[in-house]
Structure formats: structure tokens, C-alpha cells
Design a protein around this ligand. Structure first.
Ligand code: TRP
Length: 330
């Protein structure tokens, strides 16, 4: 059996260094160990929580650019937009019809949303949010992915996918492979400029797709203590050092540790961080600018992706339709 990984990228916001280190890089790295890899822009997931059309479309563009610029090779991987494959939505409905409502009631995402409500527990909750795990199951089962790289917060969704797949296989014909989750453990969460987890909602990000100057400014804003140059410093509780570790070799890390003991000034330490981050993301920036300069390129890449993937989806949905009795009248 072919080992096929598939992962969806919800198109919200603009990727930052934390996404790059914690999600993009490891997901792209994984492709090397599998026969086939599928990466898609989950734009129908994006409208669950965002009704601002401009934000949704900007974000699809930025997320697509970030993944491509970070090295996603559309000749080696399948790269497509969820909304370009309407069969996924068709499958989503079919799966809705075999999914127990009770299973969805137990979804963490739904429960945490209801727990914020007092009088009416379903206040502000849409059917999109409620049945979102079914759409995610359709994303995965459409292509019979064997392995699904996800963050730890998504494990429950993969379990639900297996449940739904098993239910379909039992009711109809054995159609779906039960996928396994590959947990992308962000062992240490990447800190933002204030030392908390890097996240758009905390306003502490270092953007991935930025000019050299912007990168320098972001790094200069990292909060440190007020020790003077010459004062010995503690590397273990320092955001500059924590970020440096993601990019540097073992030897360079040891050298910076010594620099801290020897009282390196914060300006110099931040310069070292800037140099190493900049070197790492320089090729990303270059590809990003190339993609940005040629407006048709990104649309062409996505439509090529859809052209490659759609026949696979079509074959699957035809077989599913016939299993459930939606077929030619005989
Ligand atoms: N829900 C996932 C997230 O928020 C994104 C996603 C959508 C996904 N469909 C998927 C991930 C299918 C893996 C497989 O991270």
C-alpha cells in the first residue's frame, strides 16, 4: 500500500516565524519519507470563523505564498485549494449522513465554544463550527491518506475521521483507509518578541515574509532584561537565545552561551540572531518576491494542482455514489 501523507492548512492570517519553524518546515520535511504528499489550502475551513471576505482572500494568498516560498515543490507534492475540488464538499455531506451527532457533541472545538456561553449554550455557534470535523474527515478520506501530520490540538479530529470512516465502511462497502495522525510536537513552543508563544493573537510575531529591514526591526523589539554590556547574562531564560537555537548549529549555540557568560550586549546578541535568521530565510524571501512579481504564477500553480488532484477525487466520489445508491437508474 502506498504511504500517502495529507495535511490541510487553514488559511487564516499571514504565516510567521513560529508557523515556519513549528509547522511548515517539519511538514515539508516529512514528505521525503512518503510515496505521495498532499498539501492543501483549507479555505472552506477559513470561513467558519471569519466572514470578512477580504481577510479570507488575502490570507489564502499569503499562506499559499508562504508554503511555496518555504520550499513546497508542486512538482513533487500535490498542492491545491480545497475550494477547487467540489467533490470534497459532496463527500462532506455524505459523511454527515453517517456521522453520529453525539460524536460531534464531544468535539473539543465545539465544547470549548459552548463553555463560554451562559444562558444559551449554542449562542453564536454555527453548523459550520459544529460539523467542522466532518469536513476535515472529507478532506482526508477523499484521497485515502494513510498519514496525517497535525498539531496536538487536532488529534481528536483524526480519531473522529477514523470513526466516520469505519462507520461508512460498515454501512456500505469497505472504501476508506483509517488514517493515522502524525503528531507534530512543537517540543518547545517558538516564543514571540515578548517571550510568550508566538501568535498573531498576542501581537508578538516576527513575520516570515518580510524585508530584511522589517526583520531587523522585529528582532530589535525582542524584550530582554536591562543588563548592560559586560554583565554576565543567563541564556536559559532568554527569548533571543531561544530563537537562536532553532537556526544555529550545536557549535554556534555553545559559542553564544559563552558570549552570554562573557557579557555580550543585547544589541550584539540580537545582531547575531538577525544574521542567522536572515541567512535561513533569505531563499524564502527571494522565492516569495519572485512569486509576488508574477501574479499569474500562483494561480497557474493552483489550477495545475487542482487538475492533477480532481480526477482522483472524481473517481472516488463516483465509486462512493454508486455504493450509496446514487447512481444511474437501471
Ligand atoms: N483543522 C486543521 C487545523 O486547524 C486544518 C485542516 C483542515 C486539516 N483539514 C485538514 C489538517 C485535513 C489535516 C487534514 O490545523
Amino acid at each position: 500500500m502506498k504511504k500517502r501523507i495529507l495535511t490541510g492548512i487553514t488559511t487564516t492570517g499571514t504565516p510567521h516565524i513560529g508557523n515556519y519553524l513549528g509547522a511548515i518546515k517539519p511538514a515539508l520535511e516529512l514528505a521525503k519519507n512518503y510515496d505521495e504528499s498532499f498539501y492543501f489550502l483549507a479555505d472552506y475551513h477559513a470561513i467558519i470563523k471569519n466572514s470578512k471576505n477580504i481577510e479570507v482572500s488575502e490570507s489564502v494568498k499569503n499562506v499559499a505564498l508562504a508554503w511555496l516560498a518555504s520550499g513546497l515543490n508542486p512538482n513533487k507534492s500535490f498542492f491545491y485549494r480545497q475550494s477547487d475540488i467540489p467533490e470534497i464538499l459532496e463527500l462532506s455531506w455524505i459523511l454527515n449522513c453517517v456521522t453520529a451527532k453525539g460524536l460531534m457533541n464531544r468535539s473539543h472545538a465545539y465544547k470549548s465554544a459552548t463553555s463560554l456561553n451562559t444562558d444559551d449554550e449554542d449562542k453564536g455557534i454555527t453548523m459550520g463550527l459544529f460539523s467542522y470535523p466532518v469536513l476535515m474527515a472529507a478532506d482526508i478520506l477523499m484521497f485515502n491518506a494513510t498519514h496525517v501530520p497535525v498539531g496536538a490540538d487536532q488529534i481528536q479530529h483524526i480519531e473522529m475521521t477514523r470513526d466516520i470512516a469505519g462507520r461508512f465502511n460498515h454501512l456500505y462497502k469497505k472504501t476508506f483507509i483509517l488514517p493515522e495522525a502524525i503528531i507534530q510536537s512543537s517540543k518547545e513552543t517558538v516564543p514571540g518578541i515578548d517571550g510568550q508563544k508566538m501568535s498573531k493573537s498576542y501581537g508578538n510575531i516576527i513575520p516570515l515574509l518580510s524585508s530584511e529591514k522589517q526583520l531587523k526591526t522585529s528582532i530589535a523589539k525582542i524584550i530582554t532584561n536591562s543588563l548592560e554590556p559586560g554583565d554576565p547574562k543567563d541564556h536559559s531564560n532568554c527569548t533571543v537565545f531561544a530563537l537562536y537555537k532553532y537556526f544555529a548549529s550545536k557549535q554556534m549555540i555553545e559559542e553564544l552561551k559563552d558570549d552570554y557568560i562573557n557579557g555580550i550586549g543585547w544589541g550584539d546578541a540580537k545582531n547575531k540572531l538577525f544574521e542567522i535568521v536572515n541567512k535561513d530565510i533569505e531563499p524564502v524571501r527571494k522565492r516569495y518576491e519572485e512569486l509576488l512579481n508574477d501574479k499569474d504564477l500562483i494561480n497557474d500553480l493552483l489550477s495545475d494542482g487542482a487538475k492533477k488532484v480532481r480526477p482522483i477525487a472524481k473517481e472516488m466520489i463516483d465509486s462512493i455514489r454508486s455504493s450509496i445508491g446514487i447512481n444511474k437508474i437501471s
